[in-house]
Design a protein around this ligand. Sequence first.
Ligand code: ACO
Length: 401
Amino acid sequence: IDIKTLRGATGGVTTIDPGYKNTGSCESAITFLNGEEGILRYRGYAIEDLADKADFLEVAYLLIFGELPSKEQLDKFHSDIKAQSHVDEDVKKILDGFPKSAHPMGVLSSLTSALVAFNPSSVNVDSEEDMYNAIVRLMAKFPVLTAWAYRKRVGLPLDYGDDNLGYVDNFVKMMFKKPSGEYTPNKVIVDALDKLLILHADHEQNCSTSTVRMVGSSHAGLFVSISAGIAALWGPLHGGANQAVIEMLEAIKEDGGDTHKFMQKAKDKQDPFRLMGFGHRVYKNFDPRAKIIKKSADDVLDALGVEDPVLDIAKGLEKEALEDNYFVDRKLYPNVDFYSGIIYRAMGIPVEMFTPMFALGRLPGWIAQWREMRLRKEPIGRPRQVYIGENHREFKSLDKR
Ligand code: ACO
């Protein structure tokens, strides 16, 4: 059946597929994923090549606009972003209202939504030009908000970046600049973060991306669609896993380092504990991003001269899982976030900021998917259900219940 016929069809048979395990929600030309063979490509380019040879802003352009940029296109994209990097001063007051203990994902989702009030023209995007303007605004302001969420948490003054720096260098400076203005760039940190952001940049119709497309399908604006995506990413079964992994590895270390004990716990069906960072809805062989990150973790820790005992615990768990029938039978392998937290930690990023780092990386993917959905004029997302509640009941007034 062609898509136009399907679009017109409502009523009749309703399929039910909890978790949408076998339901395609859209046609997309952005990311190709083969879970059996562990293949991931953005716009046709292998993730291994992009992680090795491209930088994050190039990859963002590729995802959003479909082609690798020429030097002129990339320069224009970057300078358009830089021109929008100011965040209204009143946003600081909103941030001020949050307790210091607020989780930065909640802060980020709220502030991204609040940005609409200061950029009302970003909502009605009737042309590609309107879309472009909304996109560069968000690409510009989101790293500022992420850095502010971090600085608020650690008690540093809120600051802006440095227009002379690249997109990722600038973000690192906004994070780590001391109150005195002192900042020593560290190439190892910038390169490692750039690579991590590329690996997280898109992953077709995952939970947060589907959320962005769903919210955007009602023609709510880009910023609130992304704000909803951030909320979806926060959960420990999705992006929140990177925080949960480090907390789990720490707990294993505190407990004496017995990985076997925690493996048994994860296999016990009476126990809700799961091995965080293991398993993936789509990858049933290996997660190609995890392969790249594992090597990166070794390199980064070496280059920074950091010794982290949880890296050994992580490697021990992975080795044991590869030989364990429970994990092998269910095709549970380390996913992208099993090793990412170890790198973030080596960079000096606190654990609550791990998922915001993921959000920063995923931003261009969310934007690309939202733009594709709008350009394709997709209909509002509105699944059906199979009703299992009561049949018709007679209403009883309050005094008779
Ligand atoms: N530890 C122990 N058992 C697991 C794990 C795990 N991490 N993951 C799945 N299983 C088991 C389930 O209990 C189930 O067993 P059963 O068939 O005996 O009932 C089987 O493997 C299948 O698991 P489902 O939950 O049905 O798989 P689903 O595709 O729905 O879930 C998910 C995928 C959410 C990633 C899951 O593997 C999980 O919870 N992993 C831990 C959290 C995590 O790392 N999330 C990050 C995902 S990557 C990302 O979002 C960036």
